[in-house]
Write a protein that binds this ligand. Structure first.
Ligand code: PLP
Length: 399
Protein backbone atom coordinates (compact mmCIF):
# COMPACT_ATOMS: atom_id res chain seq x y z
CA UNK A 1 0.00 0.00 0.00
CA UNK A 2 1.42 3.39 -0.88
CA UNK A 3 0.67 6.40 1.25
CA UNK A 4 -1.33 9.30 -0.10
CA UNK A 5 0.47 12.64 0.02
CA UNK A 6 -2.22 13.89 2.37
CA UNK A 7 -4.27 11.91 4.85
CA UNK A 8 -8.04 11.59 4.50
CA UNK A 9 -8.74 14.74 6.49
CA UNK A 10 -6.54 16.73 4.09
CA UNK A 11 -3.71 17.29 6.58
CA UNK A 12 -0.18 16.52 5.31
CA UNK A 13 1.23 13.41 7.06
CA UNK A 14 3.82 14.03 9.75
CA UNK A 15 7.46 13.19 9.14
CA UNK A 16 7.05 10.01 11.18
CA UNK A 17 3.99 8.84 9.26
CA UNK A 18 5.54 9.61 5.88
CA UNK A 19 8.80 7.87 6.88
CA UNK A 20 7.07 4.71 8.08
CA UNK A 21 4.84 4.81 5.00
CA UNK A 22 7.91 4.87 2.74
CA UNK A 23 9.46 1.93 4.64
CA UNK A 24 6.20 -0.02 4.13
CA UNK A 25 6.30 0.71 0.40
CA UNK A 26 9.73 -0.93 0.15
CA UNK A 27 9.06 -3.79 2.57
CA UNK A 28 5.30 -4.44 2.32
CA UNK A 29 5.61 -8.11 3.27
CA UNK A 30 7.14 -7.35 6.65
CA UNK A 31 5.23 -8.50 9.69
CA UNK A 32 7.66 -9.05 12.58
CA UNK A 33 10.49 -6.73 13.59
CA UNK A 34 12.99 -6.23 10.74
CA UNK A 35 16.52 -5.80 12.06
CA UNK A 36 19.13 -3.58 10.45
CA UNK A 37 21.15 -6.39 8.89
CA UNK A 38 20.32 -9.97 9.84
CA UNK A 39 22.64 -12.67 8.48
CA UNK A 40 21.21 -15.02 5.86
CA UNK A 41 22.67 -18.38 4.84
CA UNK A 42 21.40 -19.63 1.50
CA UNK A 43 24.40 -21.35 -0.08
CA UNK A 44 27.03 -23.91 0.93
CA UNK A 45 27.19 -22.86 4.61
CA UNK A 46 25.66 -26.07 5.98
CA UNK A 47 27.82 -28.29 3.77
CA UNK A 48 31.08 -26.52 4.63
CA UNK A 49 30.43 -26.36 8.38
CA UNK A 50 29.42 -30.03 8.32
CA UNK A 51 32.71 -30.82 6.61
CA UNK A 52 34.55 -29.16 9.55
CA UNK A 53 32.58 -31.23 12.06
CA UNK A 54 32.95 -34.47 10.09
CA UNK A 55 36.71 -34.08 9.70
CA UNK A 56 37.36 -32.62 13.15
CA UNK A 57 39.04 -29.57 11.61
CA UNK A 58 37.14 -26.96 13.59
CA UNK A 59 40.01 -24.91 14.94
CA UNK A 60 43.11 -23.23 13.49
CA UNK A 61 45.06 -24.40 10.43
CA UNK A 62 42.11 -25.93 8.59
CA UNK A 63 41.82 -25.79 4.81
CA UNK A 64 38.92 -23.33 4.85
CA UNK A 65 41.13 -20.68 6.47
CA UNK A 66 43.63 -20.62 3.62
CA UNK A 67 40.81 -20.96 1.07
CA UNK A 68 39.05 -17.95 2.61
CA UNK A 69 42.30 -15.96 2.55
CA UNK A 70 42.85 -16.80 -1.12
CA UNK A 71 39.28 -15.83 -2.00
CA UNK A 72 39.84 -12.46 -0.28
CA UNK A 73 43.10 -11.75 -2.12
CA UNK A 74 41.41 -12.75 -5.41
CA UNK A 75 38.51 -10.40 -4.67
CA UNK A 76 40.61 -7.39 -3.73
CA UNK A 77 43.87 -7.92 -5.58
CA UNK A 78 45.80 -7.69 -2.30
CA UNK A 79 49.16 -9.46 -2.15
CA UNK A 80 48.34 -11.49 0.95
CA UNK A 81 45.79 -11.98 3.68
CA UNK A 82 45.64 -13.03 7.33
CA UNK A 83 42.21 -14.15 8.58
CA UNK A 84 41.73 -13.29 12.26
CA UNK A 85 39.10 -13.52 14.97
CA UNK A 86 37.60 -10.02 14.66
CA UNK A 87 37.79 -6.80 12.71
CA UNK A 88 38.98 -5.04 15.85
CA UNK A 89 42.07 -7.23 16.24
CA UNK A 90 42.65 -6.96 12.48
CA UNK A 91 43.00 -3.18 12.90
CA UNK A 92 45.10 -3.54 16.05
CA UNK A 93 47.58 -5.86 14.30
CA UNK A 94 47.61 -3.77 11.12
CA UNK A 95 48.55 -0.69 13.13
CA UNK A 96 51.19 -2.70 14.96
CA UNK A 97 52.95 -3.92 11.82
CA UNK A 98 52.70 -0.41 10.38
CA UNK A 99 54.87 0.71 13.31
CA UNK A 100 52.35 2.33 15.67
CA UNK A 101 53.58 2.20 19.27
CA UNK A 102 52.31 3.16 22.72
CA UNK A 103 52.33 6.93 23.11
CA UNK A 104 51.74 7.63 19.40
CA UNK A 105 48.72 9.38 17.92
CA UNK A 106 46.72 7.90 15.04
CA UNK A 107 44.59 10.18 12.85
CA UNK A 108 41.14 8.63 12.66
CA UNK A 109 37.51 9.66 12.17
CA UNK A 110 35.22 10.43 15.08
CA UNK A 111 32.28 9.36 12.87
CA UNK A 112 32.97 5.63 12.95
CA UNK A 113 32.07 2.45 14.80
CA UNK A 114 33.96 2.51 18.11
CA UNK A 115 36.16 -0.47 17.10
CA UNK A 116 38.28 1.76 14.84
CA UNK A 117 39.35 3.85 17.80
CA UNK A 118 39.42 1.01 20.33
CA UNK A 119 42.03 -0.76 18.16
CA UNK A 120 44.23 2.33 18.46
CA UNK A 121 43.73 2.48 22.23
CA UNK A 122 44.55 -1.25 22.60
CA UNK A 123 48.08 -0.43 21.42
CA UNK A 124 48.47 2.27 24.06
CA UNK A 125 48.22 4.89 21.31
CA UNK A 126 45.66 7.72 21.17
CA UNK A 127 43.15 8.47 18.44
CA UNK A 128 43.50 11.99 17.08
CA UNK A 129 40.08 12.78 15.67
CA UNK A 130 39.59 14.23 12.21
CA UNK A 131 36.43 15.58 10.61
CA UNK A 132 34.27 13.93 7.95
CA UNK A 133 32.62 15.31 4.81
CA UNK A 134 29.02 14.95 3.68
CA UNK A 135 29.45 13.13 0.33
CA UNK A 136 31.02 9.89 1.58
CA UNK A 137 30.77 10.50 5.36
CA UNK A 138 34.52 9.70 5.35
CA UNK A 139 37.60 11.66 6.40
CA UNK A 140 37.69 15.16 4.87
CA UNK A 141 41.01 15.33 3.02
CA UNK A 142 40.98 19.10 2.43
CA UNK A 143 40.46 19.81 6.13
CA UNK A 144 43.08 17.25 7.12
CA UNK A 145 45.66 18.77 4.77
CA UNK A 146 45.14 22.28 6.17
CA UNK A 147 45.08 21.02 9.74
CA UNK A 148 48.36 19.12 9.46
CA UNK A 149 49.91 22.28 8.03
CA UNK A 150 48.88 24.03 11.26
CA UNK A 151 49.76 21.47 13.91
CA UNK A 152 52.35 19.04 12.50
CA UNK A 153 56.11 19.34 12.19
CA UNK A 154 58.50 16.90 10.57
CA UNK A 155 61.12 15.09 12.68
CA UNK A 156 63.57 12.21 12.08
CA UNK A 157 60.90 9.79 13.32
CA UNK A 158 58.19 11.20 11.09
CA UNK A 159 55.65 13.95 11.73
CA UNK A 160 54.88 15.11 15.25
CA UNK A 161 51.90 16.92 16.75
CA UNK A 162 53.44 20.22 17.94
CA UNK A 163 50.66 20.64 20.51
CA UNK A 164 51.21 17.32 22.32
CA UNK A 165 54.74 16.39 21.25
CA UNK A 166 53.49 12.96 20.17
CA UNK A 167 54.28 11.24 16.91
CA UNK A 168 51.51 11.11 14.26
CA UNK A 169 52.12 7.47 13.45
CA UNK A 170 49.30 6.51 11.08
CA UNK A 171 46.15 7.61 9.27
CA UNK A 172 43.14 5.28 9.53
CA UNK A 173 40.36 6.31 7.11
CA UNK A 174 37.10 4.34 7.15
CA UNK A 175 34.56 3.68 4.38
CA UNK A 176 31.35 4.68 6.15
CA UNK A 177 28.34 2.35 5.58
CA UNK A 178 30.30 0.93 2.61
CA UNK A 179 30.66 4.25 0.73
CA UNK A 180 34.32 4.64 -0.29
CA UNK A 181 36.08 7.64 1.19
CA UNK A 182 37.81 9.93 -1.34
CA UNK A 183 41.12 8.12 -0.97
CA UNK A 184 43.49 9.71 -3.52
CA UNK A 185 43.78 13.10 -1.78
CA UNK A 186 44.24 11.32 1.55
CA UNK A 187 47.04 9.16 0.11
CA UNK A 188 48.66 12.29 -1.31
CA UNK A 189 48.60 14.10 2.07
CA UNK A 190 49.88 11.00 3.87
CA UNK A 191 52.75 10.63 1.37
CA UNK A 192 53.68 14.30 1.80
CA UNK A 193 53.84 13.82 5.58
CA UNK A 194 55.25 10.26 5.40
CA UNK A 195 52.33 8.92 7.44
CA UNK A 196 51.46 5.22 6.90
CA UNK A 197 47.84 4.69 5.80
CA UNK A 198 45.72 1.77 6.96
CA UNK A 199 42.30 1.33 5.43
CA UNK A 200 39.47 0.44 7.80
CA UNK A 201 37.50 -1.37 5.10
CA UNK A 202 35.46 -3.28 7.70
CA UNK A 203 32.20 -2.14 6.08
CA UNK A 204 33.41 -2.03 2.47
CA UNK A 205 33.86 -5.54 1.14
CA UNK A 206 32.82 -5.42 -2.52
CA UNK A 207 32.95 -1.61 -2.77
CA UNK A 208 35.36 0.04 -5.17
CA UNK A 209 36.97 3.46 -5.58
CA UNK A 210 37.71 4.66 -9.13
CA UNK A 211 37.68 1.02 -10.20
CA UNK A 212 40.05 -0.15 -7.44
CA UNK A 213 38.57 -2.50 -4.82
CA UNK A 214 38.32 -1.22 -1.25
CA UNK A 215 40.84 -3.24 0.73
CA UNK A 216 43.50 -2.58 -1.91
CA UNK A 217 43.71 1.22 -1.70
CA UNK A 218 46.35 1.40 1.04
CA UNK A 219 49.36 -0.88 1.73
CA UNK A 220 47.40 -2.51 4.57
CA UNK A 221 43.62 -2.81 4.96
CA UNK A 222 41.22 -4.45 7.40
CA UNK A 223 37.91 -6.25 6.93
CA UNK A 224 35.27 -7.37 9.44
CA UNK A 225 33.02 -10.43 9.26
CA UNK A 226 30.93 -9.58 12.30
CA UNK A 227 27.33 -10.86 12.38
CA UNK A 228 25.79 -7.82 10.71
CA UNK A 229 28.36 -7.34 7.95
CA UNK A 230 27.62 -8.39 4.34
CA UNK A 231 29.87 -11.44 4.64
CA UNK A 232 29.83 -12.90 8.13
CA UNK A 233 31.82 -15.68 9.75
CA UNK A 234 29.88 -15.31 13.01
CA UNK A 235 32.75 -13.16 14.22
CA UNK A 236 35.96 -12.52 12.36
CA UNK A 237 38.18 -10.18 10.43
CA UNK A 238 41.03 -10.11 7.96
CA UNK A 239 44.11 -8.04 7.27
CA UNK A 240 45.00 -7.50 3.62
CA UNK A 241 48.54 -6.48 2.74
CA UNK A 242 50.08 -5.50 -0.57
CA UNK A 243 53.46 -6.91 0.49
CA UNK A 244 53.35 -10.74 0.82
CA UNK A 245 56.08 -10.50 3.49
CA UNK A 246 53.76 -8.36 5.68
CA UNK A 247 51.01 -10.95 5.28
CA UNK A 248 53.38 -13.76 6.30
CA UNK A 249 54.45 -11.78 9.35
CA UNK A 250 50.82 -11.13 10.33
CA UNK A 251 49.88 -14.82 10.02
CA UNK A 252 52.91 -15.66 12.20
CA UNK A 253 52.20 -13.04 14.88
CA UNK A 254 48.49 -13.89 15.10
CA UNK A 255 49.18 -17.61 15.56
CA UNK A 256 51.30 -17.31 18.74
CA UNK A 257 54.49 -16.76 16.67
CA UNK A 258 54.85 -20.54 16.46
CA UNK A 259 57.56 -21.89 14.17
CA UNK A 260 56.89 -25.03 12.13
CA UNK A 261 58.15 -28.19 13.81
CA UNK A 262 56.80 -31.78 13.78
CA UNK A 263 56.71 -32.25 17.57
CA UNK A 264 58.21 -29.30 19.44
CA UNK A 265 56.45 -26.11 20.49
CA UNK A 266 58.78 -23.26 19.59
CA UNK A 267 57.71 -19.62 19.56
CA UNK A 268 60.24 -17.04 18.41
CA UNK A 269 58.63 -13.85 19.82
CA UNK A 270 55.62 -12.69 21.81
CA UNK A 271 52.67 -13.63 19.65
CA UNK A 272 48.88 -13.39 19.81
CA UNK A 273 46.15 -16.00 19.59
CA UNK A 274 44.11 -14.08 17.03
CA UNK A 275 43.71 -16.56 14.15
CA UNK A 276 40.31 -17.29 12.61
CA UNK A 277 39.11 -20.83 13.38
CA UNK A 278 38.35 -23.13 10.45
CA UNK A 279 34.65 -23.43 11.31
CA UNK A 280 34.27 -19.67 10.98
CA UNK A 281 36.25 -19.59 7.73
CA UNK A 282 33.94 -22.32 6.36
CA UNK A 283 31.00 -19.95 6.80
CA UNK A 284 33.03 -17.16 5.23
CA UNK A 285 33.88 -19.21 2.11
CA UNK A 286 30.23 -20.05 1.52
CA UNK A 287 29.13 -16.45 2.01
CA UNK A 288 31.84 -15.05 -0.25
CA UNK A 289 30.72 -17.38 -3.05
CA UNK A 290 27.39 -15.53 -3.00
CA UNK A 291 28.84 -12.02 -2.72
CA UNK A 292 27.95 -10.89 -6.29
CA UNK A 293 24.27 -11.77 -5.80
CA UNK A 294 24.24 -10.14 -2.36
CA UNK A 295 25.75 -6.93 -3.77
CA UNK A 296 23.20 -6.86 -6.59
CA UNK A 297 20.34 -7.30 -4.10
CA UNK A 298 21.70 -4.51 -1.89
CA UNK A 299 21.99 -2.16 -4.85
CA UNK A 300 18.36 -2.95 -5.79
CA UNK A 301 17.24 -2.32 -2.20
CA UNK A 302 19.06 1.03 -2.12
CA UNK A 303 17.33 1.96 -5.40
CA UNK A 304 13.89 1.05 -3.99
CA UNK A 305 14.50 3.16 -0.89
CA UNK A 306 15.62 6.03 -3.12
CA UNK A 307 12.32 5.86 -5.02
CA UNK A 308 10.13 5.42 -1.95
CA UNK A 309 11.68 8.38 -0.13
CA UNK A 310 11.98 10.63 -3.19
CA UNK A 311 8.91 12.70 -2.39
CA UNK A 312 9.50 13.06 1.33
CA UNK A 313 10.27 16.54 2.59
CA UNK A 314 13.37 16.83 4.76
CA UNK A 315 14.61 13.29 4.04
CA UNK A 316 17.11 12.10 1.44
CA UNK A 317 18.73 8.72 0.93
CA UNK A 318 22.52 8.95 0.89
CA UNK A 319 23.85 8.14 -2.60
CA UNK A 320 27.11 6.49 -3.55
CA UNK A 321 29.82 9.05 -4.32
CA UNK A 322 30.27 9.77 -8.06
CA UNK A 323 33.79 8.29 -8.04
CA UNK A 324 32.74 5.02 -6.40
CA UNK A 325 30.73 1.83 -6.44
CA UNK A 326 29.30 1.27 -2.99
CA UNK A 327 28.31 -2.07 -1.51
CA UNK A 328 25.44 -0.21 0.26
CA UNK A 329 26.14 -2.05 3.51
CA UNK A 330 23.73 0.15 5.44
CA UNK A 331 21.28 2.41 3.65
CA UNK A 332 21.34 5.82 5.30
CA UNK A 333 18.58 8.41 5.40
CA UNK A 334 19.76 11.98 5.97
CA UNK A 335 17.30 14.27 7.76
CA UNK A 336 17.18 18.04 7.24
CA UNK A 337 16.38 20.56 10.00
CA UNK A 338 15.88 17.80 12.51
CA UNK A 339 16.90 17.97 16.15
CA UNK A 340 17.73 15.01 18.37
CA UNK A 341 14.30 14.88 20.00
CA UNK A 342 12.64 14.73 16.60
CA UNK A 343 15.07 12.06 15.41
CA UNK A 344 14.44 9.95 18.49
CA UNK A 345 10.69 10.28 18.05
CA UNK A 346 11.12 9.16 14.44
CA UNK A 347 13.20 6.15 15.51
CA UNK A 348 10.55 5.21 18.09
CA UNK A 349 7.85 5.42 15.42
CA UNK A 350 9.80 3.13 13.07
CA UNK A 351 10.38 0.62 15.88
CA UNK A 352 6.68 0.68 16.80
CA UNK A 353 5.96 -0.20 13.16
CA UNK A 354 8.45 -3.12 13.22
CA UNK A 355 11.33 -1.44 11.34
CA UNK A 356 14.33 -1.45 13.67
CA UNK A 357 16.03 1.63 12.20
CA UNK A 358 19.06 2.90 14.09
CA UNK A 359 20.83 6.16 14.74
CA UNK A 360 24.40 6.53 13.48
CA UNK A 361 27.07 5.70 16.07
CA UNK A 362 27.58 8.28 18.78
CA UNK A 363 30.68 10.26 17.79
CA UNK A 364 33.80 8.74 19.35
CA UNK A 365 34.91 12.00 20.95
CA UNK A 366 31.61 12.09 22.86
CA UNK A 367 32.26 8.67 24.42
CA UNK A 368 33.70 8.82 27.96
CA UNK A 369 37.00 7.12 27.13
CA UNK A 370 37.85 9.46 24.24
CA UNK A 371 36.56 12.77 25.58
CA UNK A 372 40.04 14.16 26.13
CA UNK A 373 41.63 12.78 22.95
CA UNK A 374 43.19 15.39 20.62
CA UNK A 375 41.06 16.58 17.69
CA UNK A 376 40.59 19.11 14.95
CA UNK A 377 37.33 21.10 14.89
CA UNK A 378 34.69 18.46 14.14
CA UNK A 379 31.75 20.56 13.01
CA UNK A 380 30.79 18.49 9.96
CA UNK A 381 30.65 15.26 11.95
CA UNK A 382 28.74 17.08 14.73
CA UNK A 383 26.29 18.36 12.16
CA UNK A 384 25.84 15.04 10.31
CA UNK A 385 25.70 12.44 13.07
CA UNK A 386 22.39 13.51 14.67
CA UNK A 387 20.70 13.55 11.24
CA UNK A 388 21.65 10.04 10.10
CA UNK A 389 19.22 7.14 10.35
CA UNK A 390 20.11 3.69 9.02
CA UNK A 391 17.35 1.63 7.39
CA UNK A 392 16.97 -2.16 7.32
CA UNK A 393 19.52 -3.16 4.70
CA UNK A 394 19.92 -6.94 4.57
CA UNK A 395 20.07 -8.21 0.98
CA UNK A 396 17.48 -10.96 1.56
CA UNK A 397 14.79 -8.38 2.44
CA UNK A 398 13.78 -7.93 -1.19
CA UNK A 399 13.68 -11.65 -1.95
C1 PLP B 1 32.48 -3.77 12.14
C2 PLP B 1 33.54 -2.76 12.17
C3 PLP B 1 34.83 -2.99 12.71
C4 PLP B 1 35.27 -4.30 13.32
O1 PLP B 1 34.39 -4.84 14.18
P1 PLP B 1 34.44 -6.35 14.74
O2 PLP B 1 33.11 -6.45 15.38
O3 PLP B 1 35.57 -6.41 15.73
O4 PLP B 1 34.64 -7.32 13.63
C5 PLP B 1 35.77 -1.99 12.64
N1 PLP B 1 35.50 -0.81 12.08
C6 PLP B 1 34.30 -0.54 11.55
C7 PLP B 1 34.09 0.77 10.90
C8 PLP B 1 33.27 -1.48 11.60
O5 PLP B 1 32.07 -1.19 11.09
Amino acid sequence: MTRPATSSDGVAPSLNEAFVGALRTVLPQVTGPVQLHDPHFAGNEWAYVKECLDTGWVSYNGAFVSRFETMLTDLTGAGSCAAVSSGTVAIEMALRVAGVEAGDEVLSPTLTFVATNNAIAHLGATPHFVDSEATSLGVDAAKLGDYLGDIAEMTDRGPRNRLTGRRLAALLPMHCFGHPVDMDPLLEIAARWRIPVIEDAAEAIGSSYKGRPCGSLAPIACLSFNGNKIVTTGGGGAILARDPEVGRRLRHLTSTAKTAHPFEFIHDEVGWNYRMPNINAALGCAMLEALPQRLAAKRALQHRYGQAFADLNRVSILKEPAYAQSNFWLVAAVLEDCDLAERDALLKATHAAGFMCRAAWRLSHHLPMYQSAPRMPLEAAENLQPRLVNLPSAPQLLA
